[in-house]
Design a protein around this ligand. Structure first.
Ligand code: SIN
Length: 294
């Protein structure tokens, strides 16, 4: 019968897990069937074999964000780990360690006016070639709180209605860094740049490794949809922002000191919880360059 309860039975998003070949050099313990896995049996401060690198790459592709515990990396080792996945990205605005522009500082304490990444976003999606991945090493944790939430943009896309998928097909959106970055780090002594990046990207992007489609708009950077009236575009992107926040698409990572999260910016969004004020949370992020979304 049309419109019966049975038509709507079951979860809004039904994840069909693909078969994963066994791993030989690492352990992979999934946080949820949809997103996130904790990787064990590896010390990222030692040189990694080709097999280990391949398996980490595969674990990232299969789980979208991967986590490592008890890792003690020097800045040089953190950057070397990042370089296994591509050239390192330089953030257009954020503060970094002296003499190491690749080592972005992530730090909040009782005097901080703000914390990094408090709203849902994909890192630096305003770049014409936005970062492929980010590798965050947290060294000091608050006694409680400071978790990071990650959401699968594959799941968000796949859960859209067929009509909405059709509507979004071929559509592009503007991602702008200006309203995000101007003045943001003034309190930390970082001077503003004359201009910040701005780019036009497909609303639905295809992952270059997995071939899966994912939603690629985020409340941090996306300012408008191209080719539709402003009021229509605003209504649609705000619907998409609400839609992608469904906890069904998410995992939540509880940090411990010396944990690492490595997320794929091409198919995830994340949000850091600043629920630990006045305590301190700090670490460093190394970001890996990506390519132009298609
Ligand atoms: C970020 O890189 O957006 C910050 C994430 C976090 O601090 O957990």
């Amino acid at each position: 019968m049309q419109g019966s309860l049975a038509d709507n039975a079951g979860p809004r998003y039904r994840h069909v897990a693909g078969e994963s070949a066994p791993y030989e050099t690492i352990t992979v313990d999934k946080l949820t069937p949809i997103i996130g896995a904790e990787i064990g049996g590896i010390d990222l401060s030692s040189p990694l074999s080709n097999r280990q690198q391949d398996e980490i790459h595969r674990a990232l592709a299969e789980n979208l964000v991967i986590f490592f515990r008890d890792q003690h990396l020097s800045p040089a080792q953190h950057m070397a780990f990042g370089r296994l996945f591509g050239d390192l990205h330089l953030h257009p605005a954020a503060p970094y360690e002296a003499g190491m522009p690749e080592m972005m500082i992530i730090h909040s304490d009782k005097n901080s006016p703000r914390a990094n990444g408090e709203g849902w976003h994909t890192d630096v999606s305003c770049d014409v070639e936005p970062p492929m991945g980010s590798i965050l090493h947290i060294k000091k944790c608050p006694p409680k709180g400071g978790d990071t939430l990650f959401a699968s943009m594959y799941a968000a896309y796949e859960a859209l209605s067929d009509r909405m998928k059709k509507y979004l097909e071929g559509m592009t959106a503007i991602h702008d860094g200006e309203h995000v970055y101007r003045g943001l780090f003034k309190g930390l002594g970082v001077a503003d740049k004359p201009v910040y990046p701005r780019a036009e990207h497909p609303v639905v992007r295809t992952h270059p490794v997995t071939g899966r489609k994912g939603l690629y708009v985020n409340a941090g950077f996306t300012t408008s949809l191209v080719g539709v009236p402003r009021d229509e575009g605003d209504a649609i992107i705000h619907y998409l922002y609400r839609h992608m926040e469904n906890p069904l698409f998410q995992c939540r990572f509880r940090w411990r000191e010396n944990s690492i999260a490595f997320w794929d910016n091409r198919c995830t969004q994340h949000r850091a919880m600043w629920d630990y004020w006045p305590n301190t949370r700090s670490g460093h992020r190394v970001t890996v360059k990506g390519d132009k979304p298609f």
